[in-house]
Design a protein around this ligand. Structure first.
Ligand code: UPG
Ligand code: F6P
Length: 684
């Protein structure tokens, strides 16, 4: 496979990238270089080229060099475009057409064209779309950051700026054209993209990035780095609150200075260390970096924080692990107060370095902190809550230790090699184009957790069995959201479902003709939306004893999810009945409580798919293991309960018709299907 990456903005080079040198030299470059590094290790990939803009003059001569070899398989190619000099991402649209022409010409000179293009950020996707239109090479898209999210957080006149409107339009086009969108977190895939008209969640895959975490885990303090920070501080032994980010408005470093400046207690206990890019002269910084730094200096002066705040002028790329180590050795913590963080690579780096986190609750940190338990999420617009979270970590050693231990899990959870393996599977599948079955003769729908997955060897057996079932359409029905389900299925190398019934039946997705992406079933959405008043249901359930909302990502347009016991579930039903609201209340595993439109359940969703495929009831099999499968199992004649069931399924009077398998997990599914096939074969 030959993969061509396109990344236009910032100062991209093969090594020693000076992050923060310009406002556009940031995480997308770190992501790209780490991705190609991991990608190159895979034998399936023969060649990787990163194409970027060539420019003369400041910030330096390296970016005028046409070609740079990065490793055996990886090259960096710099191509000219209309303007000779550096261009910010806000000006980049003017370079798109000329860059695309030069890239098409460059591809024409290669012995073999790339198999797939991967565009990073909106303007690169505009180039990729031109390449696709001319040469027919499909492209995948990683946004890294989204204009609509930025507009929402900036608000006011800034949100209405013409360059932001143009960027949003470019993103809309990219989402409509890309063969696949690669998102870094569920928050990005399910919340940040939600405002785009051309976006369907099924078009994206969540592939969390890694980071070269060993570099940060092994980072040790360095006397030069220590001195560069300590020269600002009266008492350099105090634990530091460390922030490391490009000085741009979105990173919201001012809120951290306010949090610190307004809390005498925090000032007494800790220093503040802000590492914000590198600069020679604030007046010569590009974008909003100069204004952002001036704001910080004004705040430091206003709160009279001299001797307590360090803001080193420059650092070398290789200093970053030692900066985190500086904070770790002094018992400090890492703070990311960004107004929104699309993902947040620094959170992984800081965790690997052994630092607990205080991070914005807007964006990717939601996922990272939920996955690792490595810190506290805060409202980035509330300096008092930033201060309170920092004080909690500083004053509760056991909690601090738990966050540090959680952070150590980041290296296992966020791993480039695993990312690259899934990424290559997806690229390979896009190129292979295995379309879904057009006219299936049978349909098998399985619950995921503890039914399809849960036993690796059973799933391997299922995979082999499934590959021989011509005419059988395979799907899943799960309480998980689409992306949460897909992550489990792909990590476990499950066969790719041709239909995904997700969020307890309230959403249905069908596999597209490219064999990789999915499209939401709009007719089903219409059906479930019909009699559903989400706001009224939410209001009726407010302040109900024992009812605890699940995380924000579990709340969907047509599903409200809570934790609660059986008594609470009864209370929910009563409250809804009193309010005259029709809803389907599903309680499972003794603690999960989902409230859905009355028309939505796994059972009704399976019937919708059956009807869509034009199949008779005897051609449908369903398999499950727990309370949230009861509906589906009850509604279908050929219902399979796997041996490892819970919630008393086998004793449930409504499920008497089910086949209770002797085998567990996916082996139980096969056993059940064979049982029903035999029964049909011998039927009179
Ligand atoms: O003074 C600095 C500032 C940053 N960095 C490094 O630059 C990278 C910054 O990445 P990140 O914290 O993820 O932020 P952004 O530059 O804003 O990157 C964008 O792209 C990333 C990759 O998709 C996403 O994780 C971010 O959320 C998104 O805002 C990290 O490796 C930092 O260590 C430095 O070395 N020095
Ligand atoms: O703040 P914005 O305009 O959304 O831009 C974010 C982009 O800037 C960078 O952080 C630096 O170029 C990229 O990594 C990211 O794609």
């Amino acid at each position: 496979m030959f993969v061509l990456h396109i990344a236009l903005q910032g100062c991209l080079r093969g090594r020693d990238v000076a992050y923060g040198l310009t406002s556009d030299t940031g995480g997308h470059i770190r992501y790209l270089l780490d991705l190609v590094g991991a990608s190159a290790q895979d034998a399936r990939v023969a060649r990787i080229v990163m194409a970027t803009r060539r420019f003369q003059g400041p910030p330096g001569p390296d970016y005028a060099v046409p070609e740079e070899r990065v490793s055996d398989k990886v090259e960096l190619v710099r191509l000219a475009s209309a303007s000779p000099g550096y261009r910010s991402k806000e000006e980049m649209h003017g370079e798109v057409a000329s860059f695309a022409e030069n890239l098409i010409a460059w591809i024409g000179r290669q012995a073999r064209a790339p198999d797939v293009v991967h565009a990073h950020y909106a303007d690169a996707a505009a180039v990729a779309a031109l390449v696709e239109a001319r040469l027919g090479i499909p492209f995948v898209f990683t946004a890294h950051s989204l204009g609509r999210v930025k507009a929402a957080l900036l608000g006011g006149a800034a949100a209405r700026a013409p360059e932001l409107a143009r960027r949003i339009a470019t993103e809309e086009a990219a989402l409509a054209r890309a063969s696949l969108v690669i998102a870094s977190s569920r928050d990005e895939a399910e919340v940040q993209y939600a405002g785009y008209g051309s976006y369907d969640p099924g078009r994206a895959r969540v592939l969390p990035p890694g980071s070269d975490l060993a570099r940060f885990a092994q980072g040790r303090p360095h006397p030069r780095v220590d001195a560069m920070i300590d020269r600002f501080l009266h008492d350099p032994g105090k634990p530091p609150l460390l922030a490391l980010a490009r000085p741009v408005a979105r990173k919201n470093l001012a809120a951290l200075v306010r949090a610190y400046g307004e809390s005498p207690e925090l000032q007494a206990r800790a220093n503040l260390v802000i590492v914000a890019g590198t600069r020679e002269d604030i007046d010569r910084l590009d974008g909003d970096m100069g204004a952002t730094l001036r704001d910080l200096l004004v705040l430091i002066d206003r709160y009279d924080l001299y001797g307590r705040v360090a803001y080193p002028k420059t650092h070398r790329p290789e200093d970053v692990p030692a900066i985190y180590a500086y904070a770790r050795e002094r018992g400090g913590l890492f703070v990311n107060p960004a107004l929104n963080e699309p993902f947040g690579l620094t959170l992984l780096e800081a965790s690997a370095a052994g630092l607990p986190l205080v991070a914005t609750d807007s964006g990717g940190p939601n996922d990272i902190v939920e996955t690792c338990g490595n810190g506290l999420l805060v409202d980035p617009r509330a300096p008092a809550s930033i201060a309170a979270a920092c004080l909690r970590i500083l004053s509760e050693p056991a909690f601090r230790a738990a966050c540090v231990a959680g952070g150590a899990r980041a290296a296992a959870a966020y791993d480039w090699d695993r990312h690259a393996a899934r990424y290559h599977d997806l690229l390979g599948a896009l190129l292979a184009r295995n379309p879904p079955l057009r006219e299936p003769r049978q349909l098998l729908i399985c619950d995921i957790d503890n039914t399809l997955v849960g036993c690796e060897s059973a799933l391997a057996t299922f995979r082999r069995w499934r590959s021989r079932q011509t005419g059988l359409a395979f799907g899943v029905a799960t309480g998980r959201s689409f992306h949460s389900a897909m992550a489990v299925l792909e990590q476990q190398a499950s066969p790719r479902p041709q239909v995904m019934i997700t969020s307890v039946g309230s959403e249905i997705y069908h596999l597209d003709a490219n064999g990789v992406t999915y499209t939401a079933d709009a007719a089903w959405r219409g059906t479930v939306a019909g009699a559903w008043d989400r706001a009224a249901v939410g209001a009726a359930l407010r302040r109900l004893d024992g009812l605890v909302p699940q995380g924000p990502l579990e709340q969907r347009a047509h599903k409200l999810s809570f934790f609660g016991d059986a008594a609470t579930a009864r209370g929910v039903r009563e409250r809804l009945a009193q309010a005259g609201l029709a809803a389907n209340v599903i309680h499972s595993h003794g603690r999960y409580l989902d409230v859905l439109p009355a028309t939505a359940s796994k059972g009704t969703a399976v019937d919708h798919v059956r009807a869509l495929y034009g199949l008779p009831e005897r051609a449908v099999y369903v398999a499950g293991d727990s309370g949230n499968d009861v509906e589906m199992l009850r509604a279908r004649a050929q219902a399979i309960i796997v041996a490892n069931y819970s919630d008393g399924l086998a004793a449930n009077a409504a499920l008497k018709h089910s086949y209770v398998a002797r085998a567990s997990h996916a082996r139980g599914i096969i056993e059940g299907v064979l049982h029903f096939r035999r029964a049909v074969a011998y039927a009179p």
